[in-house]
Design a protein around this ligand. Structure first.
Ligand code: GUN
Length: 294
């Protein structure tokens, strides 16, 4: 069993990005600029956004954090998005999800200019991904593919089973694994809450992606001997032994499943750090795409 170390892999990727940014700046260019909009004070969202800002500094990007109270109106949020869309000094921006219930997430996502949508959630970017032309690809799925690439894990012709069909992970990772992409060309099965005989299907997986959001949902009996298991879960579970009062649990029962695997991602320290590194990569890509169009 080998661990897919997201911490080390993301550090290597961020070092590559930093070197590229330094070369751009040395040649007279400017550093990429990422903006993040944060609404309210949801603990997990605050942590994620702070980590995104910290990563910007690590790779030499400029960053802007724009905070709104929970009570912000849809109009106020849309006005800020219109401003960021038009601002030539901003290469990409994200609106951290989830948003309060009075705000239509779909409307917000669709109001971001596709060329600045470094989350890759806009229908134009998701459509391009489905057509095999993805450039701004959602960061978590892109991070999974990057890890398969850096560990040289074969995908072509293999059976990948994805559990979960979210717009953020399940659907885009299925498109990447099945498409004509590097580390694509898998046969992909997508499972979800209505799937029957789930363990029978997951046991067929050469590559199993767990993106359900239910701690320790994937048990040892659901995994084939020698599989590669990618755990996307990051649920906060109350834990009095921790200073912060919670611990992070993955979707995979790691201790029981790991001995059966060829490769497995730990939680924390697996997919999570890769997601942020890929957001940085997308921001650099967004800057290059816009500059090429000029
Ligand atoms: N909430 C959970 N994951 C994400 C993500 O990748 N991007 C944004 N904007 N919000 C999220």
């Amino acid at each position: 069993m080998k661990i897919l170390d997201g911490k080390a892999t993301s550090a290597a990727l961020k070092a590559d990005i930093r070197a590229e940014v330094e070369a751009i700046v040395a040649a007279g260019g400017r550093a990429p600029h990422l903006a993040a909009i944060l609404v309210g004070d949801n603990g997990a969202s605050v942590t994620y956004v702070n980590n995104k800002v910290k990563s910007c500094h690590e790779v030499g990007f400029k960053s802007s954090l724009i905070k709104f109270p929970e009570s912000v109106t849809e109009e106020e949020l849309l006005a800020k998005i219109t401003e960021l869309n038009a601002d030539p000094t901003i290469d990409g921006f994200i609106v951290q999800l989830p948003l309060p219930r009075h705000i239509n997430e779909q409307l917000i996502t669709e109001s971001i200019a596709p060329e600045k949508d470094v989350d890759g959630f806009h229908p134009v970017n998701m459509g391009a991904l489905a057509l095999g032309q993805g450039q701004l690809v959602p960061a978590t799925p892109a991070g999974i593919i990057e890890m398969l690439e850096r560990y040289d894990i074969p995908t072509e012709g293999r059976h990948a089973v994805v559990v979960g069909r979210s717009n953020i992970v399940g659907i885009p990772v299925s498109l990447l694994l099945s498409g004509k992409y590097k580390k694509g060309n898998c046969t992909v099965t997508i499972c979800h809450s209505k799937t029957q005989n789930l363990p029978e299907i997951t046991r067929q997986a050469d590559i199993l992606v767990a993106a359900i959001g239910v701690p320790h949902f994937i048990t040892a009996d659901m995994v084939k001997e020698g599989a590669t298991v990618i755990d996307v879960g990051i649920t906060r579970v109350a834990d009095e032994s921790k200073k912060c009062g919670f611990s992070i649990k993955g979707d995979v029962d790691y201790d029981a499943v790991a001995p059966k695997c060829e490769y497995i991602t730990p939680v924390p320290g697996g997919v999570g750090p890769m997601t942020i590194a890929m957001l940085m990569k997308n921001t650099l890509t967004a800057m290059k795409i816009r500059q090429d169009k000029k």
